[in-house]
Design a binder for this molecule. Structure first.
Ligand code: SAH
Ligand code: SF4
Length: 450
């Protein structure tokens, strides 16, 4: 979502004479778009600001200047504290105020160094009304935010505080943006939201549409060949969305469905609102709808009070499901969240041990999944030139990067590729020629679950 937000900031500033610089030292304005989800991400902001201060000094020595802004969730959470800790910062603005950027910059221009700007309101509707995402910067894949904020209040998480309450963009706005993207050459859209499957945007008919309904409509837009969505909350996977996986060929057979833990005790303390058994039952329903679907997830180890048995329950759940990919984290106590004040915080060494054990299993599963892709034919959407000469890179239906020998004219096309090798995070293969099935049909057929 931060990538999407950064692109929108660039769009908003472009009519005001700004364009993207290649390097920070070429920039009149630097915006750090920040993440507050874990302590490590938040602390990186300050080391980066140290670097920016030196860049600013170097530019001043040459007679130019640089404005420094901090955007995103660290800005929202810490506000003017950022300026206190790093006086080099001129502007601090939260994730719901960036549509006011031109106004903020004009104000800074007028008042100069005499004043700093801190904007941490939540005018989320106003923000989406002003968004203009015409410029997709030429890619064949794009993100499209349909929902923002969260009312779930998992006890470890800052998102409900930094991004605010759940908000769904109206259906006509989303469809207009999707059509614009398709017109600009985008073939794959990833619908974004902190709880994307809680989407309930108002449609032109006055009804609230679910994510499943929205996906079916987007699938009808000419040029859009692939649809993905992220991130989903397990208990918001409704019947209609699950059946969309069976019925909408453009919906890719890959789903990120965070579970966090396999222990009911921990899930309850996290306020996740489902049990491990309910998650497993959901996975079964999704696989019944789309047998070739591959799953990915998020895990937190070392949540306060997590004991060895709880951790083993997580290992068991992983073994039961079999994930194609996953993200796993040590629990990070975040200021203001209920879990930060819970007793029995786990020590760092224990968290590290558990993380290592979990990651080993998750890596093995990812390797097994990638290895089982070798010998299969996949439809690949080629996105860009590869690192090596004469190489291009695209994505499989399962989001794995796929490298082949090929020319740039394939970029933007969906092409059938026979997978011949795999590495830790990617696949390689060769083009399959002389096929007559349509690309969409072959996506369905080629996706036998590894
Ligand atoms: N809305 C999504 C996830 C948003 S945050 C969901 O509910 O699944 C992305 C991931 O960061 C989470 O899934 C969780 O695994 C991790 N995360 C969030 N807060 C964390 C914390 N305090 N410590 C460690 N990991 C955290
Ligand atoms: Fe955070 Fe996701 Fe829970 Fe919302 S549902 S509080 S974003 S982890």
């Amino acid at each position: 979502m931060n990538v999407y937000d950064s692109e929108r900031m660039a769009d908003i500033l472009s009519p005001h004479g700004y364009s993207l610089a290649d390097q920070p030292d070429e920039a009149d304005l630097v915006i750090l778009n920040t993440c507050h989800i874990r302590e490590k991400a938040a602390e990186k902001v300050y080391s980066e600001l140290g670097r920016m201060r030196r860049t600013q000094q170097a530019r001043r020595a040459q007679g130019s200047d640089m404005t420094i802004a901090v955007a995103g969730c660290v800005a929202q959470a810490e506000g003017s504290e950022i300026i206190r800790r790093a006086p080099v910062v001129d502007m601090v603005f939260g994730p719901q105020t960036y549509h006011r950027l031109p106004e903020m910059l004009a104000q800074l221009d007028r008042e100069g160094a005499r004043r700093k700007i801190v904007e941490t309101d939540f005018p989320v509707e106003e923000k989406f009304d002003t968004l203009n995402s015409a410029g997709n910067h030429g890619g064949v894949t794009a993100f499209l935010t349909v929902q923002e904020g969260c009312d779930k209040f998992c006890t470890y998480c800052v998102v409900p505080y930094t991004r605010g309450a759940e908000f769904s963009r109206p259906v006509p706005d989303v469809l207009a943006e999707a059509r614009r993207l398709a017109g600009a050459g985008v073939r794959e859209i990833t619908l974004l939201g902190q709880n994307v499957n809680a989407y309930h945007g108002e449609a032109a008919d006055g009804r609230n549409w679910s994510l499943g309904r929205l996906i079916r409509e987007i699938a009808g837009i000419s040029g859009i060949e692939r649809i993905r969505y992220t991130t989903s909350y397990p208990s918001e996977m409704d019947r209609d969305l699950i059946s969309a996986h069976a019925e909408v060929p453009q919906l890719m057979p890959y789903l990120h469905l965070p579970v966090q833990s396999g222990s009911d005790r921990v899930l309850e303390a996290m306020n996740r609102r489902h049990t491990a058994a309910e998650y497993l039952a959901l996975v079964e329903q999704i696989r019944a709808a789309r047998p070739d679907i591959a799953l990915s997830s998020d895990f937190i180890v070392g949540f306060p009070g997590e004991n060895q048995r709880d951790f083993e329950a997580t290992m068991e759940l992983v073994a039961n499901v079999g994930f194609a990919q996953a993200y796993s984290f040590k629990y990070s106590a975040r200021p203001g969240t209920p879990a930060a004040a819970m007793p029995y915080q786990i020590d760092e060494a224990e968290k590290s041990d558990r993380l290592q054990i979990l990651q080993q299993l998750l890596n093995e599963q990812q390797q097994a999944f990638n290895a089982a892709c070798v010998g299969q034919d996949f439809d690949i959407l080629f996105e860009k030139p590869g690192r090596g000469a004469g190489q291009i890179v695209g994505r499989s239906p399962y989001l794995q990067p796929v490298h082949i020998e090929g020319t740039a004219d394939l970029i933007g096309n969906i092409t059938q590729v026979r997978i011949t090798a795999h590495s830790a995070n990617s696949l390689s293969g060769t083009r399959v020629v002389d096929r007559d099935a349509t690309p969409l049909d072959s996506t369905r057929q080629a996706g036998a679950r590894a």
